[in-house]
Design a protein around this ligand. Structure first.
Ligand code: SAH
Ligand code: SF4
Length: 362
């Protein structure tokens, strides 16, 4: 489960006849064009068509020379991930896309509108190996890592949906909080982040990207050592080793004290605050005593706590903490100087909330 130094994902180049365009960085595309015997200018133009103009159809790239276009079309796939099912929440702000992968597995991507901003919540794996008891993705088990292109394609999809709507908005915010554990698929995720941040393309600000981890300690250390500019969220859920391990099985592999040491290392090295996520489960981890334990654990650290009342999943019987108890929890944390928000419940009717993505119902 350790994020390997070499790419852990199986590249699309190996599994499919054609490379996928979204698997390539701009520099890799440039080198490819040169290897094919063409000017890098054409590669730059192709990149712009795909990421700036949102074009996924070779016939709509008139500025590419015919010979280059023919070669690129032969070598590269530009196919978007087909939408198998699109669902809209009655809240009017949330949409979920069930996307098909080339091997017919499926993943889910969520578009969330908040006042003044739109965020895409994207997946990093089909399924998840971490087995958190209250999470639908964990309950379905692990199928495979996504390739960088499959991660990028989700952002491209949401960007394309937005630009086709009135106002022609562009995607600006991304959270890696969909299906899967991003630090278990480190290389593919980081390559995808590099691609979506490319200033000649989608140009997402790295500070507009948040990566959420269950607590993969070597991955957190690597993020710090590589000074990755994305924001980090760490799913805590328990403030003692025993309580955390009951909800998050990988806490046995990466115990709480090691996780907190990695978080301190990250925050010190990058001088950056970490978001700590806490799924509030009635009677399990939502008492005043629990809140004081979180307060003691995080006091003095550059931290913000996000409380997420439990969303229902088929395989877990717990209940979400009510509004009053959530407020009390928040108030206690404030006493330790910890800023704390209660996550708005969105898209629950279409199972698009945190931990509800499973891609298994259709
Ligand atoms: N694997 C990563 C990111 C995906 S899960 C992680 O675990 O952090 C995104 C967030 O949803 C995590 O904080 C996770 O603990 C939370 N979550 C999972 N299942 C949930 C549920 N049923 N209700 C509320 N939050 C849940
Ligand atoms: Fe995987 Fe995150 Fe779900 Fe845990 S909460 S099973 S790490 S997706």
């Amino acid at each position: 489960m350790c994020p390997a130094r070499g790419p852990a994902y199986k590249s699309a180049a190996l599994s499919h006849a054609r490379l996928h365009f979204h698997d390539l960085t701009r520099e890799e595309l440039r080198q490819l064009a040169v290897r094919w015997g063409f000017s890098p200018v054409h590669a730059a133009r192709l990149w712009k068509y795909a990421y700036l103009d949102g074009v996924a159809d070779w016939a709509r790239m008139p500025e590419l020379p015919v010979k280059f276009r023919a070669k690129a079309e032969h070598e590269l796939s530009l196919a978007p991930l087909p939408v198998a099912v699109e669902t809209h929440s009655t809240d009017g702000f949330t949409r979920k896309y069930l996307l098909s992968l080339p091997d017919h597995r499926r993943i889910e991507t969520v578009l969330m509108r908040y006042t003044g901003r739109v965020t895409a919540c994207i997946s990093s794996q089909a399924g998840c190996a971490m087995g958190c008891v209250f999470c639908a993705t964990g309950q379905m088990g692990f199928a495979r890592h996504l390739t960088p292109g499959e991660i990028v394609a989700q952002a491209v999809h949401v960007d394309r949906v937005l630009r086709q709507e009135a106002g022609g908005e562009r995607l600006r915010n991304l959270v890696l909080m969909g299906m899967g554990e991003p630090l278990h698929n480190y290389d593919a995720v980081m390559k995808a982040v590099d691609i979506v941040c490319d200033t000649a393309g989608l140009s997402l600000g790295a500070r507009k990207i948040t990566l959420s981890t269950v607590g993969v300690v070597p991955g957190i250390i690597r993020l710090a050592d590589e000074a990755r500019p994305v924001f980090l969220a760490v799913s805590l859920h328990g403030a003692t080793q025993e309580e955390r391990a009951a909800l998050v099985p990988v806490a046995k592999k990466w115990p709480l004290d090691e996780l907190m040491a990695a978080c301190r290392y990250y925050s010190t090295k990058l001088d950056r605050r970490i978001f700590y996520e806490w799924t509030l489960i009635e009677g399990k981890n939502d008492t005043a005593e629990n809140a004081h334990a979180v307060g003691r654990l995080l006091a003095g650290l550059p931290a913000q706590v996000n409380l997420i009342p439990l969303n229902p999943t088929a395989g877990y019987g717990g209940e979400p903490t009510g509004r009053e108890a959530a407020r009390r929890f928040q108030h206690i944390l404030a006493g330790y100087g910890l800023p704390c928000t209660v996550r708005q419940r969105r898209g629950i009717d279409i199972a698009a909330g945190c931990g509800q993505l499973a891609a298994a119902r259709t």
